[in-house]
Design a protein around this ligand. Structure first.
Ligand SMILES: [Zn+2]
Length: 164
């Protein structure tokens, strides 16, 4: 029996009590006594803290079991990333920029996205492998502005009648 003041599980070869406590299999009465004991026994506190870390790590591991098709999905995702074309790498920052504008709907409609996508393909650098940092020609800026106006028009057509 654990007496709060006098009995330390570590001193009395009852470390199992601590292990049960950390695995949450200790009955409430004994858990209460142990918690009162740990309030002043740093040795038991440290032991419990170490065990709790292990158990929480195991909980985390359990939370995301590796599913049977994990490898298949992983390789499929890697393939998806690898087949991103050069223009998508140019387009992605533009899309991120547009989606960051508060005036825009959180998700650009498919039609508007396609419109800009078409423009981006028109104004993309000659070589798909050209560095993204290539200087932007004035003509491209003009075309990009026109694209933004087109998108704004599409957005307004798209907007809910109640202006939601
Ligand atoms: Zn103790």
């Amino acid at each position: 029996m654990l007496d709060a003041k006098t009995t330390c599980p570590l001193q009395t070869d009852n470390a199992d009590v601590l292990l049960d406590y950390c695995s949450r299999s200790l009955d409430p009465a004994r858990r209460g006594m142990l918690e009162r004991h740990m309030a002043y026994c740093s040795e038991c506190r440290e032991m419990a803290a170490g065990q709790a870390e292990i158990w929480s790590a195991m909980d985390m591991f359990d939370a995301e079991p590796v599913s049977a098709d994990f490898d298949r999905r992983l390789y499929s995702r890697i393939a998806d990333i690898e087949k991103v074309p050069a223009w998508e790498r140019v387009w992605a920052p533009i899309r991120a920029y547009l989606q960051g504008q508060p005036a825009w709907k959180p998700v650009i409609s498919a039609a508007a996205a396609s419109a800009v996508l078409a423009i981006v393909i028109l104004v993309r650098p000659e070589a798909p492998t050209a560095p993204v940092a290539a200087p932007i020609e004035i003509q491209e800026v003009v075309e990009a502005e026109k694209a933004l106006e087109d998108m704004d028009m599409l957005r307004q057509l798209d907007a809910e009648p109640e202006g939601n």
